[in-house]
Ligand binder design. Structure first.
Ligand code: NIG
Ligand code: FE
Length: 392
């Protein structure tokens, strides 16, 4: 995975190419026996290898019949943290329930960690994501919950991604347990002042045990007034008002969506808000999966994301999420692949990633498989042969 700028390169011998380009076949924009030309880190041409513009390339690389897909776009992670919660996971698998309160133990460990500890860990996660085919990813703060610790998390996150999210409203920290209102004042005041310059997005965990709809509205509105895009965590542990709040505020994404009313689904379908589904959470908390079929049939745009975090979902593998979504959430393989690529891009309101149309960033994955279907057909198998970012 070298990151040098590349000369015009023709990747040929692609057994199956997924582009999401409407000029090619079906909803995936599929091309068989395909080639792909990249110039200056962008997609210049895709199509059948027999018609490839060979003269425009300085070099030709043979994919040997492999499938090629757009790089995964992971629209939801919490990768700046200290500590370890494997004991909590072990206890949960032995019957303990998951609760939002576990976040506080990671908060204590994150505050105690040095900048370099957080940075080194994030660097390792970045390599882990890339090795699994993720080429764009969002990172949230939310395990600092002081002005300095939240600002630090976003500064560190900004070293590896432009998709940084201020989640000071992840949970009310222990020192404010008796005065949540004072904590909300801190979040919309000095914390937002310190964090807004380092963030593209603002997010709130709108759930029983975290922030109620009124607190959430105040926090999200304050962030939006500072130019941050809106994202929401909602309906993870039970139904609530977070979905309708997200739609009302034109959030780019509302994530979890495990417990939805018909009104929620109708509102999402009529909105510009993407529903983010996070199967790693239900897997790792042993709870019912969200009903992706219901959302897709209603016309809701769906993203699949890892929610990689030490508490509820410590996987960074979108291939794993695809396999679960297909096996247990009613998605076809094609829908799940779309949700983990183009759907993630829509969730981040990005049009330059998540697809391989002309002009897109040349972010793609060569699979060690003849078809994208193997992502679900071969669960748990490392199928990413090569991750290419910006054509390099
Ligand atoms: O997305 N829902 C809130 N936040 C995380 C959980 C974080 C934790 O348990 O540490 C989530 O699942
Ligand atoms: Fe999350």
């Amino acid at each position: 995975m070298s990151r040098q700028p590349s000369s015009p390169t023709l990747l040929t011998g692609i057994g199956e190419l997924v582009t999401f380009d409407p000029q090619h076949d079906g909803p995936l924009g599929l091309v068989r026996d395909a080639a792909l030309l990249t110039v200056d880190g962008r997609i210049e041409w895709t199509g059948p290898a027999s018609r490839a513009p060979r003269g425009d390339a300085d070099r030709e690389v043979d994919a040997g019949g492999a499938a090629v897909i757009p790089g995964f776009v992971d629209s939801h992670t919490h990768l700046v943290f200290g500590g370890d919660r494997s004991a909590e996971f072990e206890a949960r698998m032995a019957g303990q329930p998951y609760s939002a309160g576990g976040i506080r133990s990671t908060v204590a460990a994150t505050r105690a960690a040095s900048d370099d500890e957080l940075r080194n860990r994030l660097t390792r996660f970045t390599a882990e994501l890339r090795a699994q085919g993720t080429t764009t990813f969002e990172v949230k703060s939310g395990y600092g919950l002081t002005v300095a610790d939240e600002e630090r998390a976003l500064r560190v996150a900004g070293e590896v991604t432009t998709e940084t999210t201020f989640l000071g409203a992840h949970v009310v920290p222990a020192e404010y347990a008796d005065d949540a209102a004072a904590y909300v004042d801190l979040v919309v005041g000095p914390m937002l002042d310190a964090c807004a310059p380092h963030a593209r997005w603002i997010d709130v965990f709108c759930e029983t045990g975290a922030f109620d709809p009124e607190q959430s509205r105040r926090i999200l509105t304050a962030g939006a007034a500072r130019g941050l895009g809106v994202r929401v965590h909602a309906s993870q542990l039970g139904p609530g008002e977070g979905i309708l709040l997200a739609v009302e505020l034109d959030a780019a994404a509302v994530d979890h969506c495990t417990y939805l009313t018909d009104t929620d689904v109708e509102a999402l379908a009529a909105s510009g808000t993407v529903a983010g589904l996070l199967p790693g959470v239900e897997f790792s908390t042993r709870r019912p999966y969200p009903d992706a079929r219901r959302l897709l049939d209603a016309g809701v745009r769906v993203a699949l994301a890892s929610d990689c975090n030490p508490g509820s979902s410590f996987t960074s593998s979108l291939a794993f999420c695809i396999a679960v979504a297909v096996r247990d959430m009613g998605m076809t393989v094609a829908e799940a692949l779309r949700a983990a690529t183009l759907g993630g891009a829509e969730s981040l309101r990005r049009d330059d990633v998540g697809h391989l149309r002309r002009g897109a960033r040349a972010d793609y994955v060569v699979l060690d498989a003849p078809s994208y279907v193997h992502l679900a057909y071969r669960p748990g198998v490392p199928l990413v042969a090569q991750t290419v970012i910006g054509g390099a």
